[in-house]
Design a protein around this ligand. Sequence first.
Ligand code: HEM
Length: 421
Amino acid sequence: MTTAPPEQAEAESQGLLLQLLDPANRADPYPLAAQFRDRGAMLLPEMHLAVFSSYRDCDEILRHPSSSSDRMKSTAAQEQVKAQIEELTKDGAPPPEQVPPGFLFLDPPDHTRLRKLAGKAFAPKVVNALRPDITALVDGLLDRIAEKGSFDVVEDFAYPLPVAVICRLLGVPLDDEPQFSHASGLLAQALDPFVMFTGSASDGLQERLDAGAWLRGYLHGLIERRRSRPGDDLMSGLIAVEESGDQLTEEEIVSTCVLLLVAGHETTVNLIGNAILAMLRQSSQWSALGADANRASAVIEESLRYDPPVQMLVRIALSDMLIGDAIVPEGDVIMLLLAAAHRDAAEFDRPDVFDPDREVFRHLGLGRGAHYCLGAPLARLEAGVALSALTARFPNARLGSEPLYKPNVTLRGLSALTVEV
Ligand code: HEM
């Protein structure tokens, strides 16, 4: 923990938090991550916030029984919502309608119930059956790239694959995808901690709220169509459960589909992009994977550690929590900086080196504990097929531009990168 006088330490910590939001740090957030790690655990009581950046602390918090994923249990969120409702209802208007969040943001028993229902679609056996379709999709993309001679990593390769797969799994028509890809991107930005760090939302709040409302409306419409003509997809499966008793509501089906659509759009694409960039910057890794597809799993796990698509996670302290020598008060928000934890020299040998040949992969890139990524088998399968096929087909690929990044802090990822093949 920091030893400066409390006010000075808190001001310095706030300065670092603002830098985390600064787009200038998006291309390479790791020097800043190192500064967080050097400061140790940060307690900001005025902000009801605690920030952890060592591997050991992050790991412990993710396993801790007092860690909640329900944002509404935080003191700060309760104060904000109370103030917002007072403002909105001061002229006698009714309070705004609440919709349930996706189960990523719920605790037991609702989390357990909804995760179990959605989990059937992501069981390893179900996911492995998708391999032929995923291989065919990847081959089609590679054929088009071969004709062009160069390609954009995101637009031409990393994005179309996971999006086609999640649409097929959920039962969302791929033809409608252009409409909701925009909404998905905006919802991913809503995960960024602007309100927590600055006290106000980043620009575009209304646009994000509208995107969320539009996506929910779209999914309600699709549910109505699926009720009369069910398919073998997850949405139809959830509708059948809803109609068979009181296990879940239509609003919960919509929230689950929003969660899976956004997860399917905004994460695997970043893993594939980050792995391509890391291998092209160290071309022996590109050649090695091209020559031996069995290396794919090691490349994927090391990419999840070295440049994680999910850069931070949030928990709420359900009671006073002792983490290392820091006490987090009940109700405070806890930020876990995975990007920093993954470069922690106390845990990883040569942490700043991309090395798929390291012996152990203890990363937190897919989470840990009860909320461990439900889509992990799917993400690993998609990335494995994509990266091994790409490197084998184009052994002489090389970088054709500097990478550009999306503005997102939490779900950081490439927006564009040209590769010559
Ligand atoms: C490389 C790609 C992916 C990464 C890096 C990733 C990362 C993560 C992480 C870190 C968590 C834990 C969140 C927390 O503890 O608060 C998580 C949870 C989750 N992920 Fe993924 N994910 C990926 C792909 C996917 C895919 C493709 C899907 C499904 C379409 C998916 C669905 C989910 C769901 C539903 C949860 C919530 C689980 C729960 O709350 O029980 N993820 N993911």
